[in-house]
Ligand binder design. Structure first.
Ligand code: SAH
Length: 267
């Protein structure tokens, strides 16, 4: 249940996985009281943001790295919910660079234990698709819509860092929010052939990335609610990417920051 704007939300312990250092830094800037804990080659930052205890950490790239980080957030840092922010390749025909995809469902597109189990099925779990927490994802979608609509109206996001000029220079129109199926696997999908193969095999896929479904599996195993929020950085094809570093700095990081900030206020 969302809190009313004027109600004080009960403090929660929230584990936030960032995909990129630039993104993580915008979170740490909000947590002046943070202290760091080194574990398994990772640095976990524990502090407060809008009254909640936030444990922020770089996810690490790929399913195994993300699974280990998620498991540590839950078991060592007692995160009661997990939020993931990062970038992804857009696969759905309507999903453009600059848009945001919130995962309703996640699948591992490289899971294939045939003939023992059907393609994509998670051995031992009897399913291939895992659902994200609907209330958290509702909050993520509403919040992202609000953040992006500020850009549309004023050319400037609430965070103040996302500008119409950067979007114009990067060739990004009015960004929009999508929710649906996200496919994860241990491959960067960077060719028309590879992205078409996933589209053909799993037609509902909106976005492709390398961690979300692993985070989902760990959260399912431990019964912890989670949401996966992805800015679309590329179309998972051969096209030379928009300037990736500029995209991260000018779009993905400010969007993640503004969305997480607004979600924490409302949580
Ligand atoms: N293109 C970037 C590298 C991104 S590395 C560069 O030039 O530096 C891949 C990371 O971005 C992963 O964490 C993954 O989750 C996400 N990602 C973005 N686009 C992706 C794509 N097309 N395929 C797979 N992962 C993608």
């Amino acid at each position: 249940m969302n809190n009313e704007a004027n109600a004080t939300p009960a403090p929660r312990r929230i584990g936030i996985l960032a995909a990129m250092p630039e993104e993580l830094q915008t979170f740490l800037d909000e947590m002046p009281d943070e202290h760091q804990v080194e574990l398994a080659g990772r640095t976990f930052w524990v502090g407060h943001w809008h009254g909640h205890v936030v444990i922020a950490v770089l996810s690490g790239i790929g399913k195994v790295a993300a699974a280990v980080t998620t498991s540590l957030l839950i078991n060592r840092f007692h995160a009661a919910e997990i939020w993931f922010t990062g970038v992804a390749g857009g696969l759905g025909s309507e999903v453009r660079v600059g848009d945001v995809v919130v995962a309703d469902e996640l699948v591992q597109h490289d899971m294939d234990a045939r003939p023992l189990f059907p393609r994509y099925e998670l051995p031992g779990k009897g399913v291939s698709i895992l659902r994200a927490h609907s209330e958290l994802s509702d909050l993520a979608v509403e919040t992202t819509q609000a953040v992006l609509s500020t850009v549309s109206r004023h050319g400037q996001a609430e965070a103040g860092a996302l500008s119409r000029k950067d979007l114009d220079d990067l060739g990004i129109g009015l960004p929009s929010v999508h929710r649906g199926l996200v496919a994860s696997g241990d491959q960067f999908i960077g060719s028309v052939r590879a992205s078409q193969a996933i589209r053909d095999a799993i037609p509902a896929t909106l976005a492709v990335e390398m961690e979300g479904a692993a985070v989902a599996q760990v959260c399912h195993d431990f019964g912890v609610p989670f949401t996966i929020i992805r800015s679309i950085s590329d179309r998972a094809d051969d096209a030379a990417h928009v300037d990736f570093q500029r995209f991260i700095r000018a779009v993905a990081s400010p969007v993640s920051h503004a969305v997480v900030d607004a979600m924490l206020r409302r949580r």
